[in-house]
Ligand binder design. Sequence first.
Ligand SMILES: [Zn+2]
Length: 290
Amino acid sequence: MKSKKKVWVLGGGVGVFFAFALLFISLPPKGHVPILMYHFVYPDVDVKHGKGSLNIGVDEFELQMWFLKTFGYRTISLDDLYAIKTGQVEPQGREIVVTFDDGHSTYLTRALPILRRYGIKSANFLIWDHLNLGWSDFVSLQAAKDLAGDPLVILGAHTLSHRILTELEPKEMEAEIVQSKRKLEEALGKPVHYFCYPTGVFNEEVMNLVGQAGYRLAFTTSRKRLNHNPETLYSLTRIKIKPNQGLFVFWANVSGLSGYAKELSVFFSQLTGNGSSGKLNVYEPAPKTM
Ligand SMILES: [Zn+2]
């Protein structure tokens, strides 16, 4: 009896192993391009682990970049992503995008040396005012100009002042979106095609302004979407990489598995009428003003 049980346990174990091996090889499906979001890179002992932490430990970050490189993920630029999203380029499979928000100094000091070592492309969304305040925690305008010449880096706009766009008067909203693009372009001497919403909050009015300003793509800060709206070029969802997750969760994220799990849980919560449809639909479009 006992040995029979052992055989079953062993067989089950082997089955689970091969199931995961198969998933590991086959995921993500071609054309599914996860976009990773990071903010601040600290020595691992200084990383804050609380809910909503935007920190990542430098060793953990290095392990994640090693993982991407070792297992054949193609870390593509935002220009490549745009070409795929608009159908100009066929995805080859295993594409992935690495992004950072806010232009924090730790991007320069800790993330970039690792990204360069592995030849990984990345984007950083800069807040115009922060470039000019002389704060040591943020990349300076001169550093941004230097970065603009790095073939592995694409700089995007993240407004002038990082205020929540949906709370602003139309004129201010427009200035945050249009001026941040124009000022960055003048300073960097090259076009700025990509935008990211402060704290991920936006609505249809904001999205329209971003499109009219001439941006190619705009990014949220999570898997949140506009209520009842599909993902568009101006509401690209991202995966927030939380600290201390371990490589298995990282793989679940880059393979698309965690995304499917999220979609499934939203689907079932809607089926069972549990009201909450999860994090995917939290932002109601702004009410139309007369
Ligand atoms: Zn931000």
